[in-house]
Design a binder for this molecule. Structure first.
Ligand code: NAP
Length: 245
């Protein structure tokens, strides 16, 4: 029996990452789940027969130790990330910006660099990066997050050219509104503010995004889905949604 190909999912302890780990396991991958809350990863790993390894993408040593625990890798899903704060540029918090750039941008760089040799050695690698519609537009009060997501997207899109001729596919997934802990993290645990983001709208569920990632990952090797934008029907852009009631 041939062993299952290995997929790494960063930020697999909740939301899109957790759902993606489950979807990829169902598609036949052995999934390595990485995040700081490794206990949560371990619970999911148990359920899907995967492996949980602690990972802090903002810490170079943690990324090296993680990569050392993953000698083989066919698919990397760069999903760890998020937003902090929603303020105009004039009032932006430097620490929040640092967190967003460290996590979304430098984190993606570190993990991609660490796993690229294994992806290339697999002979049929694939890098999926979860950016956002924030990587496509600017919106008021969001410059820290849109800036970080644009930078993360540029890293990913640049690799598409740099790896041309190598056996690695590149897929960027750019979701609109997905109901996860994203807004709770953004508003530092303020549940009311977080709930307000999804008021009067049916947002995407993490499983909706996971389905799309699993679809992209299971196309034949010569088929590269470059960029997939998915939004709730009621959302036209980051600033424009139709809300009931
Ligand atoms: P979430 O439920 O808050 O999940 C974020 C994940 O990132 C968690 O598993 C978290 O794990 C991980 N993470 C954060 N900092 C990390 C670090 N330093 N090292 C390792 N892992 C870290 O939110 P989500 O919506 O699923 O977000 C997943 C991705 O989708 C993010 O890149 C986000 O920007 C993007 N996205 C979300 C939306 C949305 O509306 N929800 C829309 C577009 C794009 P630990 O805290 O356990 O480390």
């Amino acid at each position: 029996m041939t062993p299952s190909p290995v997929a790494v999912v960063t930020g697999a302890s909740s939301g899109i990452g957790a759902a993606t780990a489950r979807a990829l396991a169902a598609a036949g991958f052995h999934v390595v789940l990485g995040a700081r809350r490794v206990d949560r990863c371990a619970e999911i790993a148990k359920e899907i027969d995967g492996t949980a390894v602690r990972l802090d993408v903002t810490d170079a040593e943690s990324v090296s130790a993680f990569a050392a625990a993953v000698p083989e890798c066919r698919l990397l899903v760069n999903n760890a990330g998020g937003a902090k704060g929603l303020e105009p540029v004039a009032e932006a918090d430097e620490e929040d910006w640092r967190w967003m750039f460290e996590t979304n941008v430098i984190g993606t760089l570190r993990v991609t660099q660490a796993l690229l040799p294994a992806l290339l050695a697999s002979g049929d690698g694939h890098i999926v990066t979860v950016t956002s519609i924030a990587a496509m537009e600017a919106y008021d009060n969001g410059a820290g997050y849109t800036g970080a997501k644009h930078a993360q997207a540029m890293l990913h899109r640049t690799l598409r050219g740099e790896l041309l001729g190598q056996p690695v596919r590149l897929t960027e997934i750019a979701p609109g509104m997905v109901e996860t802990d994203f807004s709770l993290v953004r508003f530092e645990g303020d549940q009311e503010k977080a709930d307000n983001v999804y008021r009067g709208i049916t947002p995407l569920a993490p499983e909706d995004v996971a389905d799309v990632i699993a679809f992209a990952a299971t196309r034949p090797s010569h088929v590269n889905l470059d960029q997939i934008v998915l939004k709730p029907r009621a959302q036209a852009s980051a600033m424009r949604a139709h809300r009931e009631g």
